[in-house]
Design a protein around this ligand. Structure first.
Ligand SMILES: [Zn+2]
Length: 378
């Protein structure tokens, strides 16, 4: 009897529970919680990818419910344009057989796992020609630096130059560091004229000293007023030069001749930009003077008159014997155009010409005319 009563009670309780579950949806949902679980998380990282010219592949990480399913066969990939990309197990590859014009093309790559899909945006971006290392990108006077394996004007290093190694990352980093050091330490020698300059550096190695160094920038900037190429050779020697009116300067990497203080100031801002001539004399003075004449016999910052009268109304200076020739005169005892290693800066006269060039480079030839003097070597 006891057993029958207990059995009836159990049957009634179960029956009552079934009725309640049917009647009350809240209770039904309690008994059926599995359908309420949020969808399992499906993540792809990175969510956008930029491939430059040197990138050949980019690994995407795909996780499902926290687990890495990057190589899971259930993960499928559907690129919008199969001609642009081939994909395999989470690896996006540029198709070597597809003709991909790498110019900011954005491709949406759809990745699906089980019932979920996500899109990754892949952008193919051209590797920039050059890096802006100083100044404003819209500056009117632009200077470009690059490495070269042959210099059209001969090597300033005093010997055979060595080929740069395109696969030597340390060599590239050293070059980049030296250019940055040289530019940032020397640009202040020209005072407020710095505001007119932008300086770019290329990672490329040029077989000869022939530009354009930064084709994209140079072709997009028809408003550049002054453009100068700075070529750096790989050599253990030490030297540099710049030739008036050639719009190029040449440096040797060895012994820090590129990054040495005042080197760029002398070659680039002094010679190449402001048309300044050397204000020192050489031991082999006759030959040295003749060699300098090959680059032009008209001089502005040096004179044959021992009172230096031609610039006194513009800039009041002293007058010191020796500049290219012992027969010519300069405005100060020392300056960056005289003994660059020991000079504290450009002379006031040199700064006058630098500012003249910086204020109106297009009219520099006209503005220099009152100071023009045709000299002959002794
Ligand atoms: Zn010089």
């Amino acid at each position: 009897m006891n057993n029958v009563t207990r059995k009836n009670k159990i049957v009634f309780f179960v029956f009552a529970l079934i009725v309640m579950v049917i009647i009350f949806p809240e209770i039904r949902s309690l008994a059926n919680t599995e359908t309420c679980i949020a969808p399992k998380s499906f993540e792809i990282t990175p969510t956008s990818v930029t491939l430059d010219e040197t990138t050949t592949s980019q690994q995407l990480k795909v996780t499902y419910d926290g687990a890495d399913v990057t190589s899971d066969p259930a993960t499928t990939y559907t690129p919008d344009d199969p001609g642009q990309l081939i994909t395999d197990k989470g690896l996006i590859k540029k198709d070597p057989n597809a003709s991909v014009s790498i110019k900011n093309i954005a491709i949406n790559l759809e990745i699906a796992h089980k019932d979920q899909k996500k899109t990754v945006t892949v952008t193919l971006k051209p590797k920039p020609d050059c890096e802006l290392i100083y100044g404003n990108a819209n500056a009117p006077y632009v200077i470009f630096f690059s490495r070269t394996n042959s210099m059209s004007e001969g090597s300033p290093c005093g010997g055979t130059i060595n080929a740069w190694d395109p696969n030597n990352a340390t060599q590239l980093e050293d070059y980049k560091k030296d250019v940055k050091t040289a530019v940032t330490q020397d640009i202040n020698t020209i005072g407020s004229a710095t505001q007119k300059f932008a300086v770019y550096s290329s990672d490329n190695i040029f077989p000869s000293s022939k530009g354009p160094i930064c084709p994209t920038i140079e072709s997009n900037r028809s408003d550049i007023i002054f453009k100068n190429y700075n070529w750096v050779a790989n050599n253990t020697g030490s030297g540099a030069y710049s030739i008036i009116n050639l719009k190029s300067a040449y440096y040797c990497m060895g012994n820090k001749s590129l990054a040495r203080k005042n080197m760029i100031a002398h070659e680039l801002f002094g010679h190449a930009f402001a048309q300044l001539r050397d204000e020192y004399t050489n031991n082999d003075e006759g030959a040295y003077c003749m060699q300098q004449m090959r680059h032009g016999s008209v001089f502005y910052n040096i004179t044959a008159k021992n009172d230096c009268s031609k610039w006194q109304s513009a800039v009041k200076t002293g007058c010191f014997k020796g500049a290219i020739s012992v027969n010519f005169y300069r405005s100060t005892e020392n300056s960056i155009m005289n003994d660059l290693w020991n000079a504290s800066g450009f002379s006031p006269l040199q700064m006058y010409f630098i500012n003249m060039a910086a204020n109106d480079y297009s009219n520099l030839a006209n503005n220099l005319r009152p100071f023009a003097e045709s000299l002959t070597c002794p």
